[in-house]
Design a protein around this ligand. Structure first.
Ligand SMILES: Nc1nc(=O)c2c([nH]1)NC[C@@H]1CN(c3ccc(C(=O)N[C@@H](CCC(=O)O)C(=O)O)cc3)C=[N+]21
Length: 294
């Protein structure tokens, strides 16, 4: 069997086109241009690639974007001062502080300093709590992208056995919260789970976010299951180059699964599209308007 490939790149493009239409409406009808500010501390080259594509796609969707690049030795106090300034700036609707941060900065303190209404990553404890309480909130981008991709295969997730492999605050836990909201039956599995392979094999929907290259093999997957691979791992490739692989052994999994997301071109592009959607939502709410639903 050969799995259907879930084309995250194309699905994200369609979503960004819809965001552009809604952003144009907000600008025309209400005179508000959604604005995203990305803050990057240090010069990790991989981080800079993400930031560049975020900034480019933000502009293409008709949103304003600004970027603050701070030196790697920036103090926590200086970063907190910048966040206070951005919180107070009415032209800034979304603030994203690129993670990970250098070790002299406490990331948790930084996240908690962001105005929850501008927290387009959905990492602030207020948004975490609201998501888990089933209240409206800014929802983390990658988890939102995972669920949107799963719904292209299963428009109704009700009653499905979903297994989330990974329990991080940025992907595993929020993806599980969203799947519960979709009425799936959710198991969160992780490195300490007993019989991990068998637990995964029970999944109709398997979301993998562990950060271990190609850890999930073909025989971990129920025949016909839908597999969402959140991993983006750079590994040595041919001729001294590097290549990107997911947390799932794609070649093996594609023989067993019913549908699967590739890496690259799966969850990654959806993360950025959902960031734009969150920025639009934050801008609409700040202006007292009903935000569009995607
Ligand atoms: N506060 C914060 N929020 C984030 O959302 C955040 C972050 N920090 N730190 C870094 C990670 C990583 N991340 C990615 C987003 C899109 C792609 C993406 O679009 N990847 C493409 C291409 C990858 C490539 O070719 O290098 C793909 O998967 O097809 C990847 C990675 C967001 N992150």
């Amino acid at each position: 069997m050969s799995a259907k490939v879930i084309d995250g790149k194309a699905i994200a493009e369609t979503l960004r086109a819809r965001i552009a239409i809604e952003a144009a409406k907000l600008i025309k009808d209400h005179g508000v241009t959604p604005g995203l500010t990305v803050v990057i501390v240090g010069d990790d080259p991989a981080s800079q690639v993400y930031v560049r594509s975020k900034v480019k796609q933000t502009a293409e969707a008709g949103l304003n974007s600004t970027e603050h690049k701070l030196p790697a030795d920036t103090s926590e106090a200086d970063l907190l001062a910048l966040i206070a300034k951005l919180n107070a700036d009415p032209s800034v609707h979304g603030i994203l502080v690129q993670l990970p941060l250098p070790k002299q900065i406490d990331a948790e303190r930084v996240i908690q300093a962001i105005d929850p209404a501008k927290d387009v990553d959905g990492f602030h404890p207020i948004n975490v709590g609201r998501l888990n309480a089933g209240l409206d909130s800014l929802v983390p981008c990658t988890p939102q992208g995972c669920v949107l991709l799963a719904k292209t295969i299963h428009p109704d997730l009700t009653g499905m056995n979903a297994v989330v492999l990974g329990r991080s605050n940025i992907v595993g836990k929020p993806v599980a919260a969203l799947l519960i909201q979709e009425s799936a039956t959710v198991t969160i599995a992780h490195s300490k789970t007993r019989d991990l392979k068998q637990v995964c094999r029970a999944a109709d929907l398997l979301v993998v976010a562990v950060g271990r290259p190609e850890m999930v093999k073909g025989d971990w997957i129920k025949p016909g299951a839908t597999v969402i691979d959140v991993g983006i791992n750079r590994v040595p490739g041919a001729e001294g180059k590097t290549r990107l692989v997911g947390d799932v052994d794609y070649a093996e999994a594609a023989e067993v699964a019913g549908a699967i997301t590739p890496v690259p071109g799966g969850v990654g592009p959806m993360t950025i599209a959902c960031l734009l959607a969150n920025t639009l939502k934050a801008a609409a709410l700040a202006a007292g308007h009903e935000p569009p639903k995607f």
